[in-house]
Design a protein around this ligand. Structure first.
Ligand SMILES: [Zn+2]
Length: 302
């Protein structure tokens, strides 16, 4: 069934109050209604300010938000819902500063943490999916190079391997991974976890990819000798995606530290991979946020 995305007005009407968001979350978590995890009783009273259900039979306290990115948050759920909706609406992403202003969130640290919890949930969800068939693969560098260093060995930059599924010369799905260097040890996990066994991988001639030749099931096609300037021509989609995410990180997020880059890659790929299901974006993102254990601020900082 074709479904239209909610307009801002419809969204406000549906999720504009804390109560409406709590009810929605309850339905997502317990579609059959409340059921006590300890005694299976189905009657509880709800402590609205703490998102807690108290079982009327045994007194067990079940949290509406446990195991979700909203757990123990002091920010009202309706602001979280708005934030997810806004992040899903913007093709190129939205800055945390804009969200802080739009949603009246007191500190930048709060909105920043919320953003990363959402990104982490999206990245985790996206990592469950594999690319298949014809794959373009290349690596790139994010961030400023150290003076005097050039090319693939450039130090001080974040290295990212990008894979794009390109059936019929059109991009379909993408996966990206932060690596410490372009080597078998670093790329093998990406190949194993994110590509199906029968994939055909096209790369440039960089020696870091030579291990692909020996991988059973896979087929590896070298496209250019060395890692010359031809790469964007022979691997067009992977280079288009790289240009897009770099523009996005530069323009919207004003640069990202390598420490947090993985989550931006995850957010970008999540949205890219679901670009044909835009009307469902909010529901899908919310679902990812509900079914993902939260990471704490201290874990984000580690
Ligand atoms: Zn109970």
């Amino acid at each position: 069934m074709h479904q239209k995305a909610l307009s801002l007005m419809q969204f406000q009407k549906k999720f504009g109050t804390e109560k409406a968001c709590q009810k929605h979350l309850l339905r997502l978590r317990w579609p059959e209604g409340f059921r006590c995890p300890r005694c299976q009783h189905d009657q509880a009273y709800f402590q609205r300010t703490r998102n807690l259900y108290h079982c009327r039979a045994c007194g067990y306290q079940a949290s509406l938000t446990a195991g979700t990115v909203f757990h123990k948050t002091r920010t009202p759920l309706h602001k979280w819902f708005w934030m997810i909706w806004l992040m899903g609406r913007q093709k190129s992403g939205i800055s945390m500063l804009s969200l802080q202003r739009l949603l009246d969130i007191k500190t930048y640290k709060t909105v920043w943490t919320m953003g990363h919890k959402i990104r982490q949930a999206l990245a985790t969800r996206d990592a469950n999916y594999q690319l298949a068939g014809l794959i373009e693969m290349d690596d790139t560098y994010f961030g400023a190079p150290k003076p005097g260093k050039r090319g693939r060995g450039a130090a001080g930059k974040a290295k990212v391997v990008v894979a794009v599924e390109t059936p019929a010369d059109k991009p379909r799905f993408a996966a990206m991974r932060l690596v410490s260097r372009v080597s078998r040890a670093e790329i093998q996990p990406l190949v194993r976890e994110r590509l199906t066994a029968e994939a055909v991988i096209k790369t440039d001639g960089w020696q870091g990819y030579s291990f692909l030749d020996a991988s059973p099931n896979l087929r590896h096609e070298w496209l250019v000798p060395g890692s010359g300037k031809e790469a964007p021509k022979v691997l067009p989609w992977v280079h288009t995606l790289i240009a897009n995410i770099k523009g996005n990180i530069r323009g919207i997020h004003h640069g990202v530290s390598p420490k947090h880059l993985s989550r931006y890659l995850g957010e970008f790929c999540y949205r890219f991979n679901r670009r044909f299901w835009e009307p469902q974006m909010f529901n899908r993102m919310l679902h990812a946020c509900v079914n993902s254990a939260a990471i704490t601020f201290s874990e984000l900082r580690a």
